[in-house]
Ligand binder design. Structure first.
Ligand code: AMP
Length: 218
């Protein structure tokens, strides 16, 4: 299946996207991960993207569209993909349709995880990351055994620059300004799946799987 997952930052897109991609044996593509990796390796594109990311701003459309187009043309995407974090603007959604049409295909499902801002804020502000092995934690719901230290490799946990309160506020603002309208863009296409995000990880995953099964057997 060719799937897009939408939702505000903190809706749990990343976690669900990984699960779905594994369950359906399709390639998981997170544009946020692509930019973080590029920034860690210090490429020019990565360093530029990092400036936008730490301010909670969106990376310009032409950069993101180019990165996604290149990625979708790779062999591991022919069996399907799970796009996580893209599209985030109307021009990106239109570009995605064009790219897929040129490849002779189209989206099979667009999952929208609808989550109130307060829930997103609480989830993002408590998020911590191991910079070494990349394991994720949450200070309330998934704390490490020893305060501030990774259970697996012992490295000191960090907070992503864009999970700090001022960036979170900006990311939610950008979501409402630029991304929320994509729900209208996809409604009426017959592939939009709307799911309330204010529920546990497992319940959310089950609800998504059920709806994907219905779509894929239609
Ligand atoms: P994420 O991990 O999906 O929350 O993405 C982290 C950051 O990467 C975002 O706040 C943006 O700065 C940037 N980013 C990721 N995907 C996109 C996109 N589709 N369009 C613009 N910026 C993006």
């Amino acid at each position: 299946m060719r799937i897009v997952i939408l939702g505000p930052p903190g809706a749990g897109k990343g976690t669900q996207a990984i699960e779905i991609a594994q369950a359906r044996r399709i390639t998981h593509i997170s544009t946020g991960d692509v930019f973080r990796a590029a920034s860690d390796s210090g490429t020019r594109m990565g360093l530029k993207a990092q400036e936008y990311m730490s301010a909670g701003k969106l990376v310009p459309d032409e950069v993101v569209i180019g990165v996604v187009e290149e990625r979708l043309k790779q062999d591991d995407c022919t069996g399907g993909f799970m796009l996580d974090g893209f599209p985030r603007t109307l021009p990106q959604a239109e570009a995605l349709d064009r790219i897929l049409a040129a490849m002779g295909t189209r989206l099979d499902a667009v999952i929208n995880i609808a989550t109130p801002d307060e829930v997103c804020e609480k989830r993002l502000s408590g998020r911590r990351l191991c910079p070494q092995c990349k394991r994720g934690y949450h200070i309330l719901w998934m704390p490490p055994k020893e305060d501030g230290k990774c259970d697996d490799c012992g490295a000191s946990l960090i907070q992503r620059a864009d999970d700090r309160p001022e960036s979170v506020e900006e990311r939610l603002r950008q979501y409402h300004e630029q991304t929320a309208s994509l729900i209208d863009y996809y409604s009426g296409t017959g592939v939009l799946i709307d799911i309330p995000g204010d529920q546990g990880v497992e319940a959310l995953a089950d609800a998504i799987e059920l709806k994907l099964d219905v779509l894929s057997s239609a």
